[in-house]
Structures are given as structure tokens and as C-alpha cells.
Design a protein around this ligand. Structure first.
Ligand SMILES: [Zn+2]
Length: 352
């Protein structure tokens, strides 16, 4: 029998048919993105194998909702547990209790995503449970330089936190430069510093196997952006860099977990705020006039409050207003009282 040779067009049609048949079947390696869990306050959900997320209570619109501090993600490695954020001391205890319902492995590392109290004041509670505290070197330095005074202020007065009176400020055990990786073959967590964003010492936790990014306050889901220690121009660049990571799920420092586009929503807020404030400055408007004229309907849809509604948001407008006039010394931000000599020591050299 003569071997039949198909003309090129027919061969292409057969190839297309074969491709079509295979395309019809689910590819064994291709898994869809992780689902975003529905969560209520204090819920804990396993969002990927061995990765748990706890959603802490918070509301920018309802003062009756108690502030439960930062969200948490924990990752169960073969022999130990890694936790993102230390929270306040009382909440740290609550979270340890929640972790114990998911695993009895020792908690070995806790990342302070930055030096703020709702992310770092629980350090002593975690240390007592056997953990080492990890943070970017600038966060470690801020906690060392400013921590004791801020702790004292937060533990006194009418808004004093009682839990601070029952414990002490614990400093960072493992400060790192721009990257600190934990990998035991079963899980991998990369602590990464992208530059000055919410603070000069922000670190995020990237879980490449699960395409999860735990951002601390470098990205939040709602009107929870304290900008007073930020560099908003650098923050935008950091969000762009984070967006380049292979990520499906964002576990923010505050607010519900979300898809990757949350990073771009955050960026939009800072970009549009900067543009609107700059326009006001160009038109010789006062800060009060600029603040009163701000109207971002999409922001209200996202967060539930006006862009210049809560006091924290008004303060953010002021921060950007001062930044755009060159009145914020970003390198010194948050270090005050600055004990450093004129040139910062090499040990705290930074990238941004
Ligand atoms: Zn913060």
C-alpha cells in the first residue's frame, strides 16, 4: 500500500484537531488559582495546604467594632511553624491559641512586618512560646530606637492598653537586609523588603509554592492606611514590584484577603491622592481646601468611607501635601528623636 502524504493544510487541520482534543481535557499540572475564603472576624481558614489565615476585627466605618490588631498567616513546615505578624500582646495570646487548634508543632519564627504596635508589641508573648522574632533591619532599628518610648505612651493614659502593662517590649532577634528565606522542602517562605512603603522597614512574606503574598500594612484591604511614616512615591514603586511576583492571593495586614489586583487598588489610592493634592498645590489651594475638595467615589465603594472622611485619611492628605512640597525627610521618618550622627551608620544603609 502506498504511503499517503497529507497536504500541508490537511496536516495542519489534523494537528489542530489533536490539540483541540487535548485542550478539552484538564491538564494535570494546571490548577486554578486558590479560592478566596469568605471570612468573619476571628475566623481561621486553611487557605492552602498547611497555610492558615486569621482575619482580625477592624472597621473604618463602625466604631463599635473592636480593633483586633493585625491579620495573621501561619505556615506549617515539617518540624515547625512560621507566623506572620506578632500583633498586640493580648491578641498574640489569642492567635497562639488558634494556632494550637491547627498544629502542635513548635512556633519557631515570627515576622514583624514592621515596627508598629499592632504588628510587633506581642513579640514577648511569641518569644515565651519559643519563637525567634524576625524583621527587616530598619524595623528592628525603629523598634529599638523608638519602641520603648512609644510602648510607654501606649501603656499609660486614658486609652492605655492593659496588656502592655502585663508584659515587656521584646526586640527583634533576627534582623535581615532585603531577604530572609525559610525552606525545608515542604514549605517555602521568603521575607522580602521592597523599599520604603508604609514604613521604612516593611517586609512582606511571599509563599511562592502557593502564590500567596502576606503584605503587612504595605497593602491593606480597606481604609486602614496610616501614611504618617510612609514615602508615598516609593510605596507606589514597591506595590508595582510586588505585583510582578507570581501571586494569586493577597493576605493583607488589615481587611479581608483578596486577589492580586488589591495591590493595584492600593496603588490607585496613592497615585490619585498624590495627583489631586499636587493639582491643589498648583492651584495655590490651602490644605483645608484640598481636603474638602477630594472625592473618589471608587474609594468609598472599596472601603465604605470617604477618601477624606476618617481622621486618619485627613492626616494622609496632610502627609502627601507636605511630601509634595519637600517638607518630609523620608530618610529620618519615624526615627525621631534621631540619635544618629549626620551620616547614617553603614549598618542601617537602605536601598530606596
Ligand atoms: Zn502599620
Amino acid at each position: 500500500m502506498m504511503k499517503r502524504v497529507l497536504p500541508p493544510a490537511a496536516a495542519a487541520a489534523v494537528a489542530a484537531a489533536v490539540l483541540y482534543l487535548y485542550a478539552d481535557r484538564p491538564a494535570p499540572a494546571a490548577q486554578g488559582p486558590l479560592p478566596i475564603p469568605e471570612m468573619r472576624f476571628n475566623d481561621v481558614k486553611e487557605i492552602a495546604p498547611g497555610v492558615f489565615f486569621r482575619y482580625s476585627s477592624i472597621s473604618a466605618a463602625d466604631p463599635k467594632i473592636p480593633f483586633g490588631g493585625s491579620n495573621h498567616t501561619w505556615v506549617v513546615f515539617k518540624d515547625y511553624v512560621v507566623v506572620v505578624d506578632a500583633n498586640f500582646p493580648k491578641e498574640a495570646g489569642d492567635v497562639i491559641e488558634a494556632i494550637r487548634k491547627t498544629t502542635d508543632k513548635p512556633i519557631r519564627y515570627v515576622l514583624d512586618t514592621h515596627h508598629h504596635g499592632d504588628h510587633a508589641y506581642g513579640n514577648a508573648v511569641w518569644a515565651k512560646a519559643g519563637a525567634k522574632i524576625v524583621a527587616h533591619k530598619n524595623a528592628a532599628r525603629l523598634l529599638l530606637v523608638n519602641g520603648p518610648k512609644q510602648w510607654e505612651e501606649a501603656s499609660k493614659g486614658k486609652d492605655a492598653r492593659e496588656d502592655l502593662q502585663k508584659t515587656t517590649l521584646k526586640q527583634v532577634d533576627i534582623p535581615f537586609d532585603d531577604r530572609y528565606v525559610l525552606d525545608d522542602g515542604t514549605q517555602r517562605v521568603e521575607f522580602l523588603h521592597f523599599g520604603h512603603s508604609h514604613t521604612i522597614g516593611d517586609a512582606v512574606a511571599y509563599l511562592p509554592k502557593h502564590k500567596i503574598l502576606c503584605t503587612g500594612d504595605a497593602c491593606v484591604n480597606g481604609a486602614f492606611n496610616f501614611m504618617g511614616h510612609s514615602n508615598s512615591a516609593s510605596w507606589i514603586r514597591c506595590l508595582e514590584a510586588m505585583h510582578k511576583l507570581d501571586v494569586d492571593v493577597i493576605c493583607p495586614g488589615h481587611g479581608k484577603p483578596a486577589r492580586k489586583d488589591l495591590l493595584m487598588t492600593e496603588k490607585r489610592y496613592f497615585s490619585e491622592l498624590r495627583a489631586a493634592v499636587q493639582k491643589g498645590i498648583d492651584e495655590k489651594k490651602t490644605l483645608e481646601e484640598i481636603t474638602a475638595g477630594l472625592n473618589f467615589p471608587w474609594y468609598k465603594e472599596w472601603t465604605g468611607v470617604e477618601v477624606a472622611g476618617p481622621q486618619m485619611n485627613k492626616d494622609s492628605v496632610k502627609h502627601v501635601y507636605l511630601e509634595l512640597q519637600g517638607k518630609v525627610d523620608h530618610d529620618r521618618l519615624g526615627w525621631a528623636p534621631d540619635p544618629r550622627p549626620a551620616a547614617p551608620p553603614a549598618a542601617v544603609a537602605r536601598r530606596d
